[in-house]
Design a protein around this ligand. Sequence first.
Ligand code: DGJ
Length: 722
Amino acid sequence: MNFLSTGMPVCARLDTTRRTLVLASFADRLPCVVYCGSRLGDDEDLAALSRAAVRPIANSTLDRAVELSICPEEGRGFQGHPGLRAFDAAGRPLMTQFRLSSLERQGDALVVEAVDAQCGLTYRARFATHPDTEVIEVEADLTADREAVRVDWLSTPVVPAPASATDFIEFAGRWTQEFGLRRVPFTRGAHLRESRRGRMGHDHFPAFVVPDAGCTDTLGEAIALHFGFSGVHRMVAEETAEGLRQLQAGVAEPAMLEPGETLSSECGFLAFSDEGLNGLMHALHDHVRRHVVRFPDPARPRPVHYNCWEAVYFDHDLDTLKELADRAAAIGAERFVLDDGWFGSAGQGRDDDTTSLGDWYVDPRKYPDGLGPLIDHVETLGMRFGLWVEPEMVSPDSALARAHPDWIIQPEGRVQLPRRSQQVLDLTNADVADYLFERLDALLSQYSIDYLKWDMNRDLTLAVDREGNGLLRRQGKAVHALIDRVRAAHPGVEIESCASGGARIDYEILKRTHRVWLSDSNDAHERARMQHEAMLFLPPEIVGSHVGPRRCHTSGRVLAMPFRAGVAMAAHMGFEMDLRELEPDEEATLKRYTRFYKENRTWMHAGRQHRLEPACAERLAHMSVAADRAHFLAFVATLATIRDESAPPIRLSGLDPDAHYRVTLWNRDEINASSHRRFAMPIADPDGLVLSGRALMKSGVTLPMGFPDTMWIVQGTRTEGR
Ligand code: DGJ
């Protein structure tokens, strides 16, 4: 069909309950996203909407305004970062000019198909949603119809960023500093973030958030794009000379397509909000809960963990571990996780981080009767048992590496730098995958294990196979396939995605795992910030957070128990310390917070999170509101000395404006007389105060000042009377 003859665009729309996305194709070119935002009326004239967006042609430019299509093409004159970069077998660039062959609704998806017969390529794009989500999953694929093609770049379908936004948000961190949120001004040119580490890296959670001008946590418009396949990802935010702004995401590794083969961009997750960043977060959390994370037993509350890593490291001694288990259970732990150090081969065990990865056999020196006695002990205490593994890795000093040196990713004639004295196994080799499956399957079959902490402690470098072909994408898929295989054989087992802390977190890994280890920092001061930023994309029930040692092992900071426990209970709570260091008062506090976590976790983990604007730079605050808005907990952390002589009231969010709530300070016993002078503070009264949801959201409540590294927990319950 020649759409040029009609002069009218071909349009299609995709609606969620509250949002609309409109695609329009002019003159049979690839369509553009001409609208994504609040839901349009059913009678909206899509052609008029699309034509209203056609840009003027400036002097000294091409004779037609170049559009920002879902795959901006160099062959159509697009001079920014193209959506596709492909070459023929002779290395000649393929200057595509795709022609639309169909744009149609297929169930809950909009599907685009376009062909470039001259280049021998078919391009497809899919914008898919579900009836119960506000998130749109976006994916493109490319088929080599005739000849072999090399694809250097294939973006997820391109979405425009609002022209009125002044900046966008991205994440940049390092080990123990994950999810460092930063704002980048939108200026002309491309901002590119990439990881070719085989894992996301601590440095870059693959997402952009574009808050429109004036957007805050609670008000205004914003869009977010998260790329679900981390570790070999590239994300681009660009403003072109025409003022077009685009967001791209894709796999940062070239691929060869043989005739008939198809390559996917992998999946991006797109969310919109007209209720500030919190609106984005709600859409993303709902989507994760309904369509990403699948708990083996969704009705089971998130159990309190005890992890022995920062208590014993590699020094495993059965009696010590049993004593730690006793103490953990007495405080309220429900799952005991045995971390690194339990395995080895005949004559060699994992006594430090230089050996034994790959030898996934219980170390008989440490566990002469296997793991059975420890697991029995743990279960007698009423806890379940979890085990640490790092399947993708191998120590050169291990029986496995000695037997199968060719299983290691190690290109001929090149030096592969170790990291933490370890190398990576080539999981695309079926023998490797079979060996790892056999080992994991044997452990899970022999022992009563309901949880794996699946770690991954080094980046991939020189990631090519023995023939020199790029491995990053294939290794990523092979890891997913191995986890899927383990899960299919042991569907009751939950898995945590850990990578030296939070270096592997994305929605694709979360489709097959149930918890992320956000960071190796158990420093509640650092963690409060990380949890606050990560919350935009991750609901609290999947974010592991442990009460660490009094003196934090990664920062040296000394923090009081209430603060450590308060930060942990706002996510998926656990303890990770030598519990023998606890003073009686610390133990009593930890018990109290653990009990409080258990009393509230069911509704918190199904409710809405709201980031709050504490109007005071030294504070970070958020609240959990039950789905029926009948109760809430607000967590208000003070991270530094408050510079002003007083702290402003904090305005709450997400409440029923017409309901009344009794509001109390749950931890009022922590008010320290020296942080300010005594005065009659209504919220510190045991009966608290009663206010409407509207008043709490518009006017707020004033809290005591609080020393640095303390947290107020404000509890609210809907009440009939005043
Ligand atoms: C890195 C993890 O993030 C830690 O929690 C711990 O499991 C160690 N690896 C064990 O080697």
